[in-house]
Design a protein around this ligand. Structure first.
Ligand code: PHE
Length: 454
C-alpha cells in the first residue's frame, strides 16, 4: 500500500528515543496548567479518577491506532490518511484538520509558553533582587502588546530551531535531555511542597475522591483533557508513528507514555496543591493558578524564590517538547509536498503560526481585546475550535478508520511488530478502538459543541 518515499526518511534512532519524543509531545502545559486547573475547578480526586479512566479507555487505544497508521505508511498525516483506506482518499481530511489544529493550538499555546519563558527570567530576576512576583506582574505581561508578542516569537524561534535540526538530531535529542531534567526539577518542587506543615490537605484533595462531585459534564471534560494531554486526534501521533522503529512494540510503548505522562500530571498536582493548601490559599482556576497563585505561594516559603524559578524552568522545558511535535505536523507535510528542506519548512511553519499567534496574544491586551468572532476573542476562539471541534472530530474519524476500515491483519501486524506473536491485549485494544472509544468520543463531541447540554 505504501509507496517509496522521495525524500530522506526521518526516524527516531532508538526505542528509548522514540519513547522520549512521544512523551515529550504529551507532557506540556496540559500537565502543569490544564490538569491542575481542571482538577481544582472540578473538585479534586473524583475528577482525577475519571481522567484516568478516560486515558485508559479512549486515549490509549487512539494513540495505538495513530502510531500503527503512521508506522504502516511511514509518511506525514495528510498523506497517511489519504492512503490508509484504498479508494477512500477523502480520509485525508483527517490530516488537513490536523494541520489546521496544529496551527490553531500553536497560536494560543505559544502565547502561554511565552509567559512561561518570561517568568523564568522574571522569577530569576526577582530571586536575585529579593523582590516577589505579584498579580500585577502577570497582568502587565499577559495584557501587554510588545512584550508578550516578543516572548511568543522567541518561543517560536526556539521551537523552529529544534525542528529544523531534524527528527533524530533535534527532536529526539532535545526531549531525551529534557525529560529527565523535568522529572528532577519536579521532584525537587514536590519535596519542598510536601514538607510544608499542612501539606496533607492538598494530598487528600488530589487523592481522596468525593463521589458527590461526579457529573456528566465533569466526565466529558476529563475525556477532553485526555485528548489534548496525549496529543491525539490531530495527526501528531500519526506523524510520530512514522518515525517509530520497527522493533517498537506499540501497545506497551503507548501504555508507558500514558503512565509516565499521568505521573507528571500527578506530580505537578503534588507540587501545587499541598503548597496552596499549606499556605491557606484556595485552588484557583485557569492561568491564575500557575502565574499568580503559585509564585505567591512559593514566595511565602523559605527559598521560595528559587523554587518559583525552578518551577517555571521545568514548565518551559515541558512546553518545548509539545510545541516541537505540534510544529512537526506541518513540517512533515511541507518537506514531502513542497519538497522543502527542514529548516525552510520549519521557518515557514513558524511564520504561519506567528500570523495566527500574534492576534491570539494581542486579543488579551488593549489592541484586539474588543474583536470578537463567534462571541469569543481570538485566544479563546482558537482554543475552542481546536479542543472542542477539531480534536474530537479527528479522534472519532481515527477510531472509525482504525476500528472499522483498516483490515484487521494490518492492525494485528503493526501491533505484533517487535513482539513476534500476537499478545493477549491486542484484541482488547481493537475492541476499545472499535466500540468503546468512538462512543465516548461522540459524547465529548456533542457536549463540546453544546448539542448535548450540561
Ligand atoms: N499534549 C500537549 C500538552 O499537554 C499539547 C498538545 C496537544 C501537543 C496536541 C501536541 C498536540 O501540553
Amino acid at each position: 500500500m505504501s509507496t517509496p518515499t522521495p525524500v530522506k526518511r526521518e526516524a527516531f534512532g532508538s526505542t528509548l528515543g522514540a519513547f522520549a519524543a512521544t512523551l515529550g509531545s504529551a507532557v506540556g502545559l496540559g500537565n502543569i496548567w490544564k490538569f491542575p486547573y481542571l482538577t481544582g475547578s472540578n473538585g479534586g480526586a473524583a475528577f482525577v479518577l475519571t481522567y484516568l479512566l478516560a486515558v485508559a479507555l479512549v486515549a490509549l487505544p487512539v494513540m495505538v491506532v495513530e502510531h500503527a497508521i503512521g508506522r504502516h505508511l511511514r509518511t506525514d498525516a495528510v498523506h497517511a490518511y489519504a492512503r490508509i483506506v484504498p479508494r477512500q482518499p477523502f480520509w485525508a481530511a483527517v490530516g488537513w484538520a490536523g494541520l489546521a489544529a496544529s496551527l490553531l493550538i500553536m497560536a494560543f499555546y505559544t502565547d502561554v509558553a511565552g509567559w512561561v519563558l518570561a517568568y523564568v527570567f522574571k522569577s530569576l530576576g526577582a530571586f536575585a533582587s529579593g523582590a516577589t512576583l505579584t498579580p500585577a506582574t502577570f497582568q502587565a505581561l499577559s495584557g501587554g502588546t510588545w512584550e508578550p508578542v516578543l516572548w511568543q516569537l522567541a518561543v517560536l524561534a526556539v521551537t523552529a530551531g529544534v525542528v529544523a535540526a531534524g527528527v533524530s538530531g533535534g527532536i529526539e535529542k532535545v526531549t531525551k535531555t529534557l525529560m529527565p531534567l523535568l522529572l528532577v526539577l519536579l521532584l525537587a518542587c514536590n519535596v519542598r511542597a510536601l514538607t510544608l506543615p499542612g501539606a496533607a490537605a492538598g494530598v487528600a484533595y488530589l487523592f481522596a475522591p468525593d463521589f458527590s462531585k461526579l457529573s456528566g459534564a465533569m466526565l466529558l471534560s476529563a475525556l477532553g483533557l485526555a485528548f489534548f494531554k496525549l496529543s491525539l486526534g490531530m495527526g501528531t501521533m500519526t506523524t510520530y508513528g512514522a518515525y517509530l522503529p520497527e522493533r517498537t512494540h506499540l501497545v506497551p510503548n503507548a501504555v508507558r507514555v500514558a503512565l509516565a505522562d499521568t505521573l507528571v500530571s500527578l506530580l505537578a498536582g503534588l507540587a501545587i496543591f499541598p503548597a496552596v493548601f499549606a499556605l491557606g490559599d484556595t485552588p484557583a482556576g485557569g492561568a491564575g493558578l500557575l502565574f499568580i497563585t503559585l509564585p505567591r505561594v512559593f514566595a511565602q516559603m523559605p527559598a521560595g524564590g528559587l523554587f518559583t524559578a525552578l518551577f517555571f524552568l521545568l514548565a518551559a522545558a515541558a512546553t518545548l517538547g509539545a510545541m516541537v511535535s505540534l510544529m512537526e505536523v506541518p513540517v512533515a507535510w511541507l518537506t514531502r509536498t513542497a519538497r522543502l528542506r527542514r529548516p525552510a519548512a520549519a521557518a515557514l511553519a513558524a511564520l504561519l503560526m506567528a500570523a495566527l499567534g500574534i492576534p491570539a496574544t494581542l486579543s488579551r491586551g488593549p489592541l484586539l481585546s474588543n474583536v470578537r468572532v463567534l462571541d469569543r476573542d481570538f485566544f479563546t476562539l482558537f482554543d475552542f475550535l481546536s479542543s472542542n471541534v477539531l480534536l474530537p472530530l479527528g479522534g472519532l474519524a481515527i477510531t472509525v478508520v482504525g476500528g472499522w476500515l483498516v483490515p484487521r491483519a494490518v492492525f494485528r501486524d503493526e501491533l505484533g511488530k517487535g513482539h513476534g506473536e500476537p499478545a493477549w491485549h491486542d484484541g482488547l485494544v481493537h475492541a476499545l478502538v472499535r466500540y468503546v472509544a468512538p462512543l465516548l468520543i461522540l459524547l465529548i463531541l456533542l457536549h463540546g459543541l453544546g448539542l448535548l447540554g450540561g
